[in-house]
Design a protein around this ligand. Structure first.
Ligand code: ADP
Ligand code: MG
Length: 324
């Protein structure tokens, strides 16, 4: 984490009175994640997560909270925003929008096997289809090409010449791809945008007859969600879930497991198969840029984990070496 906004139980108590959740039993800052301030909150009524939104405005927030409720209503294991006694799903805390959501059970699986990837793929496809019936207007992917160009300008002074060449090459490639009429025809909808291994929980299942000891018990961190090509969302996952850490190469068994499970719910169109390598590159570029940005243009935080940008640089270089 990121605890950008430090808070004691005593300081939280007056705000918590807006909720019918009893008294505070425990409040712990969460030491993972990099965007918002999160606390585990236990009250006499249950276990919750308190999120203080460091960047999202009160105007932007209803989309995310309503979308989570939409998914929860369709039996998807996402955090459910808790309503205040007056019905509101969030209000200001220390001058920033803040919300309480249900705490999910399980733990992340940072060394996923093929069956974890299959579970994630199936869930992502279900989420994509469930997004089709979400009535409210959704924003565009907040980390699309416009943001990427801005970020590229901000980090430019810090780059080595070879990195600068790679970055400009990739940005130009993505601009040309995304300007095409064919690209416009790729299936699109609400994407999670950040469904990395650290945003998905699994629980161990005893005596599972299918032989899969784990069940996907939750996914969260919807605050980069927005409209984009579904293929982009899948590529974000593959670049994180299915890459071997030592070599930076995709592990075929995991890629196949993810894509097969995804396609059992929603099959790719022929055009998606054509654009798959370009979208893998788009997803790598987006996260290379945001990690460079987090690295070189940091924000003050009490606890902050910055992820290594080199991971995605290596994925991009691998594509170029293979001339994909
Ligand atoms: N609803 C939840 N239930 C259980 N743990 C959660 C929940 N929401 C967040 N967390 C924990 O907090 C961490 C950070 O939350 P996340 O929403 O991923 O924020 P960030 O944007 O900072 O990555 C997660 O990795 C997870 O361990
Ligand atoms: Mg997260």
């Amino acid at each position: 984490m990121a605890v950008f906004t430090a808070l004691s139980a005593t300081q939280l108590a007056p705000w918590l009175q807006r909720y019918p959740l009893g008294q505070i039993v425990d409040l712990q800052g969460i030491v993972s994640g990099i965007d918002n301030t999160n606390y585990f909150l236990t009250t006499t009524r249950g276990a919750y997560v308190l999120t203080i939104f460091e960047h999202l405005s009160a105007r932007a927030l209803p989309f995310y909270l309503d979308f989570m409720r939409h998914l929860a209503a369709r039996r998807m294991p996402v955090p459910v925003p808790v309503a205040q006694s007056d019905g509101a799903l969030f209000s200001l805390l220390r001058g920033k929008p803040a919300a309480l959501v249900s705490r999910l059970e399980g733990a992340v699986q940072m060394a996923p096997a093929a069956h974890h990837c299959a579970e994630a793929g199936r869930m992502l496809a279900r989420m994509h289809l469930a997004g089709k019936t979400f009535a409210a207007a959704a924003p565009q992917n907040p980390r699309g090409l416009a943001w990427q160009c801005e970020a590229a300008r901000a980090i430019d002074p810090f780059l080595r010449p070879a990195q600068r060449r790679l970055l400009h090459h990739e940005l130009a490639f993505q601009h040309s791809i995304q300007a095409s009429a064919e690209y416009a025809r790729l299936p699109a909808g609400i994407c999670h945008g950040d469904l990395f291994r650290d945003n998905v929980f699994f629980v161990t299942q005893q005596g599972d007859s299918a032989g899969h000891p784990c069940r996907l018990s939750g996914f969260f961190d919807f605050y980069f969600a927005g409209l984009d090509k579904w293929l982009f969302d899948i590529a974000v996952c593959i670049n994180d879930w299915c890459v071997m850490p030592a070599s930076g190469q995709y592990e075929e068994a995991r890629v196949r497991a993810f894509l097969t499970a995804y396609q059992a719910v929603r099959a790719f169109t022929p055009l998606e198969a054509v654009y798959w390598p370009a979208l893998l590159r788009a997803a790598a570029l987006r996260f290379w840029l945001s990690r460079l940005h987090d690295f070189y243009v940091p924000r003050p935080a009490k606890i902050l984990n910055v992820h290594d940008p080199a991971y995605f640089e290596r994925i991009l270089r691998t594509f170029i070496a293979k001339r994909l």
